[in-house]
Ligand binder design. Structure first.
Ligand SMILES: NC(=O)c1ccc[n+]([C@@H]2O[C@H](COP(=O)([O-])OP(=O)(O)OC[C@H]3O[C@@H](n4cnc5c(N)ncnc54)[C@H](OP(=O)(O)O)[C@@H]3O)[C@@H](O)[C@H]2O)c1
Length: 347
């Protein structure tokens, strides 16, 4: 009979014991880290107010750091990385979210010390959850993911600093990576002349297909002269790599130009003089996607779903679709800078 205490308890147990599949990273006795596809229970997830059935996630550089024990990203193991998740609400205490709603979560603590999108379920605070905008499918939202959201923030910062297509060429570094490739696609769609800097000779044709008008090698954008200022070349820059390439870009940015700093795959160091700033009025603008305010997130995702959305051909060219068990070797590839475009994980 429904409602009998034993039956209620057994129904409850079925729910809390429901198992799902996730990529689990564990610390070995020798201090190393190993990854396995493992079964998890809903009861293993933290007691947040919103449960989501994840349909798609994506691979970002930060996930690879989490999967290899980088303490600046994740402190507690076993752990499921995945800073991106797109799926449906299962249950939520928030009046804003109803079962079945299609939603996106990117950043905050997801995939850092909160079990992330490389599992079929996440349980997160409702405040992290955004309704998927019309104009993007769940899968498309993860083709973009944090990399695309960061690219959008970069474009937003260039515009906010008055950089238009008339301001001159825009340099995108790490151009074949996630942030880089989406930046190339958005900026070219908006009419900027995009110069893509890449370490991958094999990616030149692909970057042109995304809209880059000129391709440079990493060496071309890594000045070794020691000069404090270089010939003015860039109206704007979106930099995903940091280090000497970022320093070179700053020195070669035109008067009143803007350099957006997003990443540090080459180096977290930045050695520069003050001259580009005090003699050319160059702006160095950082972006932080993880902690972006909800209103800015909503605005950026509306643009990504609308006038900034890369063409269907560009989205197809950027994305590679994989299953969860194909992820581990790609984690190594992204750490080594070998990935091209974006990896979408179907769950
Ligand atoms: N600030 C934020 O909110 C935010 C958000 C997302 C990502 N990020 C950061 O942005 C960076 C890129 O992330 P992602 O997800 O786009 O990674 P990704 O897909 O691996 O792209 C990075 C690209 O940088 C280039 N690269 C790799 N190693 C390099 C090296 N040693 N020297 C010069 N270039 C190198 C490669 O492109 P080429 O072969 O084409 O040169 C690589 O594909 C990471 O540092 C990430 O943590 C920051």
């Amino acid at each position: 009979m429904p409602g009998k205490p034993d039956e209620v308890r057994s129904a409850y147990n079925r729910v809390v014991e429901e198992e799902f599949i996730a990529l689990v990273v564990s610390k070995r006795a020798d201090g190393g880290f190993e990854r396995a596809i493992a079964s998890r229970r809903l009861a293993d997830l933290p007691p947040n107010d919103t449960l989501i059935r994840v349909r798609y996630s994506s691979l970002n550089y930060k996930d690879a750091l989490s999967a290899t024990g980088h303490r600046g990203v994740t402190r507690d193991y076993p752990h499921t990385p995945g800073i991106d998740a797109a799926g449906e609400i299962v249950e939520s205490e928030s009046a804003r979210l109803a079962p079945g709603d299609e939603v996106i979560v990117t950043g905050y603590d997801l995939g850092m010390d909160t079990p992330g999108g490389f599992g079929q379920y996440v349980r997160v605070p409702a405040a992290w959850v955004m309704q998927k905008p019309d104009g993007l499918t769940l899968r498309e939202s993860m083709v973009l993911g944090t990399a695309g959201f960061t690219a959008a923030l970069g474009v937003h910062e260039l515009q906010r600093h008055g950089i238009t297509p008339e301001s001159g060429d825009v340099l995108v570094t790490g151009a074949s990576g996630g942030v880089g490739s989406v930046s190339v696609a958005i900026l070219s769609k908006l009419g900027y002349r995009v110069v893509a800097a890449t370490g991958k000779a094999e990616a030149h044709g692909w970057l042109r297909q995304l809209g880059a008008q000129e391709i440079l090698s990493r060496d071309d954008v890594d000045d070794a002269s020691g000069k404090a200022l270089l010939k003015e070349r860039w109206g704007g820059v979106v930099d995903a790599v940091g280090g000497d390439i970022l320093a070179t870009a700053i020195k070669a940015t035109k008067r009143s130009g803007c350099v957006v700093c997003c990443g540090n795959v080459a180096s977290p160091e930045l050695h520069t003089t003050v001259y580009p700033f005090i003699l050319r009025g160059v702006t160095l603008q950082g972006v932080d996607s993880a902690t972006a305010a909800p209103s800015l997130r909503a605005q950026m995702w509306q643009r990504l779903a609308g006038e900034w959305k890369p063409s269907p051909a560009a989205l197809d060219a950027i994305a590679r679709d994989i299953a969860l068990d194909e992820l581990p070797p790609l984690i190594d590839a992204i750490l080594q800078g070998r990935l091209q475009g974006r990896v979408v994980v179907a769950l």
